[in-house]
Design a protein around this ligand. Structure first.
Ligand SMILES: NC(=O)c1ccc[n+]([C@@H]2O[C@H](COP(=O)([O-])OP(=O)(O)OC[C@H]3O[C@@H](n4cnc5c(N)ncnc54)[C@H](OP(=O)(O)O)[C@@H]3O)[C@@H](O)[C@H]2O)c1
Length: 272
């Protein structure tokens, strides 16, 4: 892939789980030179430290900050404001600000970064391996294009028609890796209950999920079609699915799961 030059230098405020996943994803895709990454974090995570060893600046000077073309806000929503306000005075008047924070509105961010175009993006941690899913919203088409350039090498990107839909993305894909991990854990426990040794249950449940996801990707088929292909009439899979999806059981559970996350995202953003 070619380097994303226009967006650089990139200043990352916060390099914990998600900020680190972005750094790892960009390095893996080879689209951002580590020397073009500036990191502000009092306790940078592993990905940031590894980038630091190959040229990323972990303690950027005021001159470095002034050179940043893009600022990524990857701080916890509870603490972002004073940290961002301190940086705002030191970055260029035309730097693009991309926030991946849940529940902090573009209006709030624009207040702290007056005059700079603001993007809201909601990625997930699979960005670290180029398999992320990111929803993007901005009122500024050029800033949105910059966010596309940065997130497309990290996986799928979907444009959102309005900012409020970020809550739905947070719930449907931002938090979704955790739902899938919970499913693997449940499968593992169920395999052990069915008599497998715990280690065998662990190995097989992980492989089943990774294999199913790889097939979904490699075949390009709809999930429903792949499900039908492995469900013979009166077979074992049909018996299982009668329980799992019968009478809307799974639909109901997953819908309640996603709506709970969406409601919490709205709450964190100060909405009712
Ligand atoms: N995790 C996800 O799956 C995910 C997905 C999408 C969006 N997000 C969003 O990403 C943001 C970060 O989440 P996260 O899970 O990555 O949290 P996290 O692991 O806690 O990362 C936040 C980082 O900010 C650092 N920090 C604290 N004070 C700072 C300061 N003064 N200046 C610069 N950095 C500072 C923290 O350091 P300390 O550890 O020392 O406090 C930590 O390394 C949140 O707003 C969240 O909504 C997360």
């Amino acid at each position: 892939m070619t380097l994303i030059v226009d967006a650089c230098p990139l200043l990352l405020l916060g390099a914990g789980h998600m900020g680190g996943a972005l750094i790892a994803g960009w390095r893996r895709a080879d689209v951002v030179s580590p020397r073009q990454i500036l990191i502000r974090d009092p306790h940078p995570g592993q990905a940031a430290l590894a980038a630091g060893q190959v040229g990323a600046r972990l303690d950027p000077s005021d001159g470095d900050l002034a050179s940043a073309r893009t600022v990524i806000l990857a701080l916890k929503p509870q603490i972002w404001r004073p940290i961002a306000a301190d940086i705002s005075a030191r970055i260029a008047a035309d730097a693009v600000v991309i926030s991946i924070m849940a529940g902090v509105t573009a209006a709030d961010i624009a207040q702290v970064f007056p005059g700079r175009p603001v993007v809201r993006a909601m990625p997930n941690t699979a960005a670290a391996v180029g398999k992320g899913a990111t929803g993007v919203w901005s009122a500024d088409p050029e800033a949105r294009a910059r966010a596309h350039a940065l997130f497309a090498p990290l996986g799928a990107v979907a444009d959102l028609a309005e900012e409020g839909l970020i809550h739905a993305v947070t719930a449907a894909s931002g938090s979704a890796p955790a739902y899938v991990y919970a499913l693997v854990e449940a499968l593992q426990r169920a395999g052990a209950s069915a008599g497998l040794a715990p280690e065998a249950a662990r190995t097989l449940s992980r492989a089943a999920l990774i294999g199913a996801a790889a097939l979904l990707e490699a075949s390009g088929e709809e999930a429903g079609e792949l499900r039908r292909q492995v469900t013979s009439p009166k077979g074992t899979t049909e018996a299982a699915l009668d329980v799992l999806i019968g009478e809307g059981a799974l639909d109901d559970l997953v819908t309640r799961t996603v709506l709970a996350a969406q409601a919490r995202s709205r709450q964190l953003g100060g909405e009712a």
